[in-house]
Design a protein around this ligand. Structure first.
Ligand code: AMP
Ligand code: GLY
Length: 437
């Protein structure tokens, strides 16, 4: 079986490892933007290029007789890569362009939730001009968020109190978005704890993965600019310390209702990973956003626990049999920490050498934005490498991740606090206050 994997970050390194450990022994063909040595090692053929170059990738797939493609990042989904591969008879884990709007258009997603009466939607309005924006901001008062209605690598969202300090600043940002030709969404700011619930989807049924909590802020104590995600954790009981059984039930049922809504809306099945970005609030679980792929880093937490054959899961998503498959995850805790270049995310150093030789248990080290030249690993400008500690309890998993990520030498930094008892306790306490108990 020949499998094509698109993307070359740590998430894709984790997907490649999951494929590699399949008893079906697939051959891996990888197309990525940087020459990640971790992926090169696992691939029969590795080619680098633009992951949105649909024509080149489709030709690459055809020339290698690909049986199945897995699309890691969002940009190729937005560019219609799944449509082009499916048109050539190559089934795809990753939805078609119009179904991927669940990630690429925040306005589309909010309107879908309303149209199909799916719970968990905050108050919102979608705009393509400033008309009405000031009135809606007045209605929301202090708790508002302004979002660009398209992909902006997480940088299109501005939250009151964090990035915007008055309605005037909010309107200026709205004006900026309109002037650059974009629609935007204004919505109610939600207060609580965020978590990611990813589900394998065959378009009708879902197999849910354990929930994970990511850390978007760059620095210790959840300070500094937003990033792609500095690290994440999951717990051995397949819940999170601040979640109730009912919170998880609500999140699962929102993902399920969304898959049904997408099928009703387009008459087509959503095949791939549905990633719900949720927030547990004092008033139940709400949806912040959807992504149409594995989270990065969250994908590493769950794939590190996966006991079932990943190739079989991919086939079941494509064949429509995910509901019959028992997808198993180990009952262990995971803590993932990213080492990122100094200056990340604003002005990351680039081209600097790093040394991973002291890292033990490299099977849980995932290379990301790394290039290799003459046997030397070089930082390629974005998140560099992640380490996933896996253990019976969160403190043990955290200790492992911290001990190993520190051993990577180079102009890098990481968040020492991710997965620590102290940070988790603060989150549990915040939720207790919000729930009023
Ligand atoms: P998004 O790209 O929609 O995930 O937004 C990025 C981040 O902005 C989220 O992870 C949240 O931390 C924050 N955010 C987005 N929407 C809201 C909201 N309605 N209320 C509070 N925070 C939000
Ligand atoms: N960890 C956030 C994302 O993958 O979008």
């Amino acid at each position: 079986m020949n499998i094509l994997l698109i993307g070359s970050g740590a998430r894709e390194h984790a997907i490649a490892r999951a494929l590699h450990s399949s008893p079906q022994k697939p051959q891996l063909f990888c197309f990525g933007s940087n020459r990640n040595p971790g992926l090169i090692e696992l691939s029969r053929v590795f080619t680098s290029g633009s992951v949105t170059d649909v024509e080149t990738i489709t030709a690459f797939a055809t020339s290698h007789s690909i049986d199945l493609a897995i699309i890691g990042p969002e940009a190729p989904l937005a560019a219609g890569l799944a449509d082009a591969l499916i048109a050539r008879g190559i089934p795809c884990v990753g939805p078609k362009q119009k179904l991927a709007q669940i990630e690429t258009s925040k306005g589309f997603t909010r309107q879908l939730l309303v149209k199909y009466s799916i719970p968990g939607c905050p108050k919102f309005e979608v705009y393509d001009s400033l008309e009405g924006a000031a009135g809606f901001l007045a209605e929301l008062g202090e708790n508002f968020v302004v979002k660009y209605d398209g992909l902006m690598g997480g940088k299109g969202v501005k939250v009151a109190g964090d990035h915007l300090h008055s309605h005037e600043e909010a309107l200026n940002y709205c004006r900026e978005l309109v002037e650059s030709g974009g629609r935007f969404v204004i919505e109610e700011k939600l207060i609580g704890q965020e978590f990611s619930l990813m589900s394998f989807s065959d378009g009708e049924n879902l197999a849910h993965m354990p929930p994970v909590q990511d850390h978007k802020r760059a620095f210790v104590g959840d300070t500094g600019p937003n990033t792609g995600g500095m690290g994440s954790y999951s717990d051995a009981d397949h819940s999170l310390p601040f979640l109730t059984e009912d919170d998880l039930r609500q999140a699962r049922s929102i993902n399920e209702a969304t898959i049904d809504a997408l099928r009703a809306e387009f008459g087509e099945k959503y095949i791939g990973i549905l990633y719900g970005g949720f927030i547990a609030t004092g008033d139940g679980v709400k949806l912040i956003e959807y992504n149409a792929r594995f989270g990065d880093p969250e994908g590493m937490n769950v794939l590190a626990l996966l006991e079932s054959d990943f190739v079989e899961i991919c086939n079941a998503m494509i064949d429509g049999t995910i509901g019959r498959l028992k997808v198993r995850f180990a009952h262990l805790a995971t803590v993932c920490k990213y080492a990122v270049p100094e200056g990340y995310p604003g002005a990351p150093v680039k081209g600097q050498p790093i040394d991973i030789s002291e890292v033990s248990h490299k099977e849980q080290l995932y290379l990301a934005s790394v290039d290799a030249k003459n046997g030397q690993l070089l930082e390629a400008g974005s998140r560099t490498a992640a380490y996933v500690g896996v253990a019976a309890t969160l403190p043990e998993a955290e200790a492992k991740a911290e001990a190993e990520i520190r051993k990577i030498k180079g102009p890098l930094f990481h968040r020492e606090d991710i997965g620590t008892a102290d940070l988790i306790r603060k989150r549990v306490e915040q939720m207790k206050l919000l729930r009023g108990k």
